[in-house]
Structures are given as structure tokens and as C-alpha cells.
Design a protein. Structure first.
Ligand SMILES: *Cc1c(COP(=O)(O)O)cnc(C)c1O
Length: 383
């Protein structure tokens, strides 16, 4: 019996052809035609004017926050239910995350909770918004597009405008989705993608910041390229060496050509699981939201009741049958480095995270493989 992995890259001849071109032209490093093209194409499909490619999604988030002036003594609003990289990017600037819950309907940032928390903040004499207890400056909002589904961006934009805060969206796995019919780059000041191996499209590793503020994006490019001001080793600020190489972008450009077929595959996989699993009484399906499309980055289900023994038994049963399934993100407030961060009540995140199972959902998963997964799940639940 063949092994069915959770989520693996889907690369082939097109990627090989572009990589060969890098070798043939000797453009393998941090400048090259593929980098320029990849930035242009990703920005364009995001509805944004500019893109700056990075070595990782974490670097993209870090540079976005750094360019906005976020630093020591600052807070960035973040849903606790996210991959730890979102929080790490905040920490890398010297700031701390202020942790919020997610809404049950979307698993994205709970806008009502954000609204009431911001209303509790005070303004200091200089006009900065301050946390009511820690008095740290509140500097930005970072929604996370969980499972490739955008947050409630209309609600968040309203709050961001009311309180004068920029939005840096962690859209790591959400490339190509729409919100209210418009591409997602239009809803945040800066939107950040990841092109890690398990994301919707991959560069092997990589990330990008997109946005439409020319000055800001120029600054991001500058600071992520060692802040060089001339070819004579002049640098005007402490910069970072975070840029994507032409080799990575070569893979990314080939992947972009397949994006719509990848998105179709992810959606088909999700619908097939939903149809195949919806009658199992012990489980619930992942949430779907009507006004937004999703990349359906991961498919899966969650147990109606918390039962660590049953969850582990399920994971082991699937592994024994050559099928990889995994739990999902452990929230940031339960992670050692972030245990002391300011936080609002995190009831839903705490309640849901250790009941979730993600299922095999690579874009090259075959129908037969998916049928195998579904029938194994039925066997486990004794149907
Ligand atoms: C993958 C991911 C990241 C980090 O991206 P890397 O390219 O691995 O640095 C950040 N946030 C979320 C939500 C992610 O899924």
C-alpha cells in the first residue's frame, strides 16, 4: 500500500525548465528576471501595485512591521490561533503580540473582541494608542487568513481607520483568494505570503510583501537588501539580508502558472471530504464563510468532544494504514515564549485547537487516494 502524505509540493517539468534557465544564464542569486517577474505577477493577482520577494514568509511579515516603524515597546494585535511564525515576526521587531480569539464561523480574528479592546485603550499626549494595563503602544493589526480564508476585512478596515492603525495581513497560505469579489491585497496596508513547501504554491521556501504604497514598498525593498545606497558598500540604516533568490523565484513563476489548477484541486479535495465525512456523528467539518473564497489550504475535521486518547488513537490508526494526518496549530498563548503576552479571553481558540485533524490534501492527491482516506476514517468510526 502506498503512503499518503499530508501536504507535499507539486513540481515538475515547468519548474525544471525555469531552473535550467537560471543555470544557463548564471542568474542564480539575489537578482534576476524571475525575481522581477514573480514580484510583478504576485502583486498583480493580489490587486496590489508592488511586491517585494523574501526568503521566507516570516521575513515578509518582519519587514512589513519593521517598515511601518513597529519596534520595542509596541504591541501588534494578533489572533492567538495561528502558526508561531506570525508571533515570531512581531518579536523580531522587538514588539510583542497582543493576543485575541478567533470567531467560530471563520477561525479568523474576532472583530467584535478587537473593537471592544481598542475602545478600552487610552490615547497618550503624543496621540499614541496605549494598552489599558501595560501601557505599551498599540501599533498595528495582524489578521491571519486561517486555512487560506480571509478575515472579516470590512470590519477590520473600519476599526483600523477609526483607530489609525495599519493592517499587516498574514496571508501565508491565501494566495489567489477573493473577498467580496476583490483580490485580498486591496484590504490590508500590507499583505504577506509564504511560499514554503507546504503552502498553496511553493518556491522551495520564500515569501513576499505586497501593497500599493510606493514609498512603503520601496522602503521594504531597501531594508531587506542590506539598506545599500550605492555599489561602494554604503548603507544608511541597519538592514537585513532577506531577499529571495532567482532560483526560488524561477520555481515560483512556474508554480504561478498552475495556481488556478492548484486552487481547483484544493477546493475539489475539500468538497469531497466534506461530502464523505459529513454524516459521521463524532465530528464536525471545517468552517466555510459565504462572502469570501478560500484556498482551502488544509482540509480536515474536528472532534465534537475533546478526547486526547481518541484523537491520538485516530492519528495512529491512520499512520498504521499508511496515511499521514496531523493536529493543527497550537495557539500562541500556549507556547512557552509567549506565555506572558497581553491577551483577551481566548476561550474558543483554547477549546478548538486540540480537537482538529488535518487530512492529506496535496494538490496531486488522486481521487482513489482520497477515497482510501475517507474509507479509513469510516472504518475508524465504525460505520
Ligand atoms: C507558513 C506560515 C507562516 C510562515 O511562513 P514561512 O515561509 O514558513 O516563514 C506564517 N504564518 C502562517 C499563518 C503560516 O501558515
Amino acid at each position: 500500500m502506498t503512503y499518503i502524505p499530508l501536504a507535499i509540493p507539486n513540481v515538475g517539468q515547468e519548474e525544471a525548465r525555469n531552473l535550467q534557465q537560471c543555470v544557463d544564464t548564471n542568474f542564480v542569486s539575489s537578482v534576476g528576471a524571475f525575481v522581477d517577474r514573480f514580484e510583478r505577477e504576485v502583486a498583480s493577482l493580489s490587486g496590489s501595485e508592488y511586491g517585494v520577494a523574501m526568503g521566507a514568509g516570516t521575513q515578509a511579515l518582519h519587514m512589513a512591521l519593521h517598515a511601518l516603524g513597529v519596534g520595542v515597546g509596541d504591541l501588534v494585535l494578533l489572533p492567538s490561533f495561528t502558526f508561531i511564525a506570525s508571533a515570531n515576526a512581531i518579536s523580531h521587531t522587538g514588539a510583542r503580540p497582543w493576543l485575541f480569539d478567533v470567531a467560530a464561523e471563520s477561525w479568523t480574528l474576532d472583530v467584535e473582541q478587537v473593537r471592544s479592546a481598542l475602545r478600552m485603550c487610552n490615547r497618550d499626549e503624543a496621540g499614541w494608542l496605549r494598552h489599558p494595563e501595560t501601557h505599551e503602544r498599540v501599533r498595528a493589526i495582524m489578521p491571519v487568513y486561517t486555512l487560506g480564508t480571509p478575515a472579516d476585512m470590512v470590519g477590520l478596515r473600519e476599526l483600523a481607520d477609526e483607530f489609525g492603525l495599519p493592517i499587516v495581513a498574514d496571508a501565508a497560505a491565501a494566495i489567489g483568494v477573493k473577498y467580496n469579489g476583490a483580490p485580498i491585497g486591496e484590504f490590508a496596508d500590507l499583505t504577506c505570503y509564504s511560499f514554503n513547501g507546504n503552502k498553496t504554491i511553493t518556491c522551495g521556501g520564500g515569501g513576499m510583501v505586497v501593497g500599493s504604497d510606493a514609498e512603503l514598498l520601496k522602503k521594504i525593498k531597501h531594508i531587506s537588501t542590506t539598506a545599500r545606497t550605492s555599489k561602494n558598500y554604503d548603507h544608511d540604516v541597519v538592514g537585513f539580508n532577506y531577499r529571495m533568490t532567482n532560483l526560488q523565484a524561477a520555481v515560483g513563476c512556474a508554480q504561478l502558472e498552475k495556481l488556478s489548477s492548484f486552487l481547483d484541486a484544493k477546493k475539489r479535495i475539500r468538497q469531497f471530504y466534506d461530502a464523505g465525512l459529513k454524516h459521521i456523528p463524532e465530528i464536525e467539518l471545517f468552517p466555510s464563510v459565504q462572502d469570501r473564497t478560500s484556498t482551502y489550504w488544509f482540509s480536515g475535521f474536528y472532534f465534537k468532544e475533546r478526547n486526547a486518547a481518541l484523537l491520538n488513537k485516530f492519528i495512529n490508526f491512520m499512520a498504521t494504514n499508511h496515511c499521514e494526518v496531523r493536529p493543527f496549530w497550537k495557539p500562541v498563548h500556549l507556547q512557552h515564549p509567549y506565555a506572558d503576552c497581553p491577551k483577551q479571553s481566548l476561550g474558543y481558540s483554547t477549546d478548538i485547537y486540540d480537537r482538529i485533524i488535518t487530512l492529506p490534501c496535496s494538490t496531486n492527491l488522486t481521487v482513489e487516494e482520497q477515497e482510501t482516506v475517507i474509507s479509513l476514517i469510516h472504518t475508524f468510526f465504525g460505520e
